[in-house]
Design a protein around this ligand. Structure first.
Ligand SMILES: Cc1ncc(COP(=O)(O)O)c(C=O)c1O
Length: 485
């Protein structure tokens, strides 16, 4: 399969600038202090010597780019914009979390005050609300018929009455690979003078194979945050922020980036973004063809030979598209709690991306082979064989969360003086913190929400489960931080 790309997509301007500096033999009298690896701890040297030699700060000289790190970076970002179909792309090295904070701050600089978003958004979105001061109005996803899963809200769900110009935020795809229709949402946002921001953390590969969902930029999104490190070949933390049409001026993104970005971004991470872009732009369709074939074969085997359901395109509502590289495997059908299945699979030597009470979710990328696929299958078979002996874990409904009333903006609550109260006495108080059980990373409580009896009961219920709780100042959930009255 051939994709049209310019020959320039084979180039690696930022990576070459870093490598060129190292090869020039110039002796560094600048940061970082380890001086191209000569001063690093021997444990690091053993594993990372080559990487340390390229770890320089923003003093880069290369034959081609003169003395400018900025020019090499800009050349790399321009190639990324071309490859991903953006008007402008920014490389971001504090993850899609950083890119999401930047999107929300940028929207605020353009005069927006409200954002309509799914309450099931990722925890980083709520930090973005604290930073930007945007007032949230929440919509919720819909339970997927026949599944213990929510699908992201459809465009019509965003029609919550308001006289104001709003920003819409969508997460697409969900962690489970479900991509909702987006074009109508972009149209609605634009008709009302608003913007569409998309958390496309798990969809950086969309657009590089015809059988993957359409990327958000092609659906009319104005700002899109992508974790290039999650499914493409960039190093962890390396993400991109894409700007769509001209509704968002570059200065608004750049003002926001000044608040969210380090002045010493890692050259290694930036170079990995450059290389990940070149790889997917030039070879993406062939590489994803291989990943899709592996994933489809695995799906077939799991259903027919292991007798376990795996999420299929036909399980989704009309207009929704499944990212088939993601395997959502319903171990609960065989009496096996997903978290327990993941533990047993790990014992067998396979680690899945995500586990919830009903499912394990495995990612298949072009980095997989028939051998790795076989390991997944055998580990799953092993975990199912152990199911009878498995420890039963209580299973709270991670999707049917209490929906507390918003009393203050997340910003006002998160930045107010706060005090701890015992959780059992917290009903009626306003939360000053985010309490977010993993998986699936959806906050049960956000700053500014009134803690009600249902929320207290839910939080008491998850104390006994295998869930990790992020954001909570007391991870044992005995006490909770509330706004001081
Ligand atoms: C839906 C979603 N959005 C945003 C993020 C944040 O991405 P990053 O880890 O790149 O900061 C994640 C991370 O898991 C995520 O799942």
């Amino acid at each position: 399969m051939k994709r049209n790309h310019s020959m320039k997509q084979y180039e690696l301007p930022f990576f070459e600038a870093l490598a060129g500096y190292r090869e020039s033999g110039v002796v560094p009298f600048h940061t970082p202090g380890h001086k191209q690896g000569r001063g690093i701890h021997h444990a690091l040297r053993d594993k990372l010597e080559g990487a340390a030699q390229l770890d320089v700060s923003d003093v880069v000289a290369s034959q081609r780019f003169g003395d400018s790190w900025t020019r090499a970076l800009r050349a790399a970002e321009e190639l990324a914009a071309e490859a991903f179909g953006a008007r402008r792309t920014y490389f971001v090295v504090n993850g899609t979390s950083g890119a999401i904070h930047t999107m929300l701050l940028a929207a605020r600089t353009l005069g927006y005050e409200e954002v309509v978003l799914p309450r099931e958004s990722h925890i980083s979105v709520f930090a973005g609300l604290v930073l930007s001061g945007l007032r949230p109005r929440y919509v919720t996803g819909k339970r997927l018929s026949g599944w213990y899963l929510n699908a992201p809200p459809e465009p019509a769900a965003y029609e919550v009455a308001s006289a104001n110009k709003e920003v819409y935020l969508a997460t697409r795809p969900s962690y489970y690979g479900i991509a909702q229709p987006l074009g109508a949402l972009a149209d609605r946002a634009h008709r009302r003078g608003g913007l569409l921001l998309v958390d496309e953390a798990h969809g950086a590969h969309f657009g590089f194979h015809p059988h993957l969902p359409r990327p958000a930029l092609q659906c009319g999104a104005d700002l899109v945050a992508q974790s290039t490190h999650k499914v493409l070949g960039a190093f962890t933390q390396s993400s991109m922020l894409h700007v769509g049409a001209a509704r968002v001026p570059e200065h608004s993104v750049e003002r926001a980036l000044l608040c969210t970005a380090s002045t010493s971004p890692s050259g290694l991470l930036l170079a990995s973004l450059d290389a990940a872009r070149a790889q997917v732009a030039t070879d993406g369709p062939a590489l994803w063809e291989k990943a899709l074939e592996l994933a489809d074969t695995l799906r077939h085997h799991i259903v027919t030979h292991l007798g376990v359901r795996v999420l299929l395109p036909a399980d989704l509502p009309p207009g929704y598209v499944l990212d088939r590289t993601r395997l959502v495997i319903r171990t609960a059908d065989r009496g096996l709690h997903g978290v327990e299945a993941a533990r047993l699979m790990r014992q067998f030597g396979a680690q899945v991306e995500l586990a919830d009470p009903w499912h394990v979710v495995a990612l298949i990328t072009w980095g997989d082979t028939w051998e790795t696929a076989n390991r997944l299958l055998e580990a799953l078979r092993f975990s199912l064989e152990q199911a009878e002996r498995s420890r039963k874990i209580p299973a709270p409904d991670v999707w049917n969360l209490p929906r507390p009333v918003v009393r203050l903006t997340p910003r006002a609550a998160a930045l107010s003086p706060a005090e701890w109260v015992p959780l059992r006495e917290a009903a009626g108080r306003v939360s000053a913190e985010t309490i977010c059980p993993y998986p699936p990373g959806i906050p049960v409580l956000c700053p500014g929400e009134e803690i009600d009896a249902d929320t207290v009961a839910y939080l008491e219920g998850i104390r006994e489960t295998a869930f990790e709780v992020r954001g909570a100042s007391d991870p044992t959930l005995q006490k909770v931080l509330v706004v001081r009255e």
